[in-house]
Design a protein around this ligand. Structure first.
Ligand code: G3P
Length: 214
């Protein structure tokens, strides 16, 4: 499973990319708003660091506006993926962008039927939001399993990005279900490293090592 990092923070991206764990980046308007730089310069900096797809969200609510944004973003770097919101006007843009060889990531997917429509319309990636479903009492992971079944039934090329990840179990469950990608916030990657027995074991090895004659 590929690991994307769900942030627009350059330090976080550099840190995890240097560790070899970043296969791509996803941003959204809320993540961009947390940073101090201008939108275009953040995205260009991210694209220069990461050797993989970088998702940038269109904020227009009509097809022409989404297409114009997508065409503009795609001139910024070769690895740009345009995030298109799952609205009718966005879905209409998907086959046009596919024909223009502009990669897309259909976002704000909350149901299997939305996922099926996005795949049918030719999206390159799709982002079901798991954590936000859990937040309202729906088991988010269930839609990942159903989407994976549909993908396999028809050999669909679109890659599923499990998004809105809130804890390490979301990542593990995504891998268990065979998701193509998990987009992981830096804080969750940090948690995935932690185990008290690793810390305890290392302390004890290092203490014992002090008594070894060199
Ligand atoms: O990138 C979109 C998605 O991951 C948002 O996550 O935590 O705002 O629901 P969250």
């Amino acid at each position: 499973m590929k690991f994307f990092i769900d942030t627009a923070n350059i330090s976080e991206i550099k840190y995890w990319n240097d560790m070899g764990l970043v296969d791509g980046v996803t941003t959204n308007p809320s993540l961009i708003a947390k940073e101090q730089q201008s939108f275009k310069s953040i995205i260009r900096d991210i694209c220069a660091i990461v050797d993989g797809p970088v998702s940038v969200e269109a904020t227009s609510e009509n097809t022409d506006g989404i297409l114009a944004e997508a065409r503009e973003f795609s001139t910024w770097s070769d690895n740009i993926v345009v995030k298109v919101p799952f609205i009718k006007e966005g879905v209409k843009a998907l086959p046009i962008l596919r024909d223009e060889e502009i990669m897309t990531n259909t976002t704000l997917i909350f149901s299997v039927s939305q996922a099926l429509i996005a795949m049918k319309a030719g999206t390159t990636f799709l982002s079901p939001f798991i954590g936000r479903l859990d937040d309202i009492g729906h088991y988010g992971m269930e839609i990942i399993s159903d989407i994976a079944t549909i993908k396999n039934n028809y050999n669909i090329d679109a890659e599923v990005i499990v998004a809105s990840i809130r804890h390490p179990l979301h990542v593990l469950e995504s891998a268990r279900l065979g998701a193509d990608v998990a987009t992981i916030p830096a804080a969750i990657l940090e948690k995935m490293f932690k185990h008290p027995l690793t810390d305890k074991g290392l302390d004890s090895f290092l203490n014992d090592w002090k008594s070894v004659k060199q």
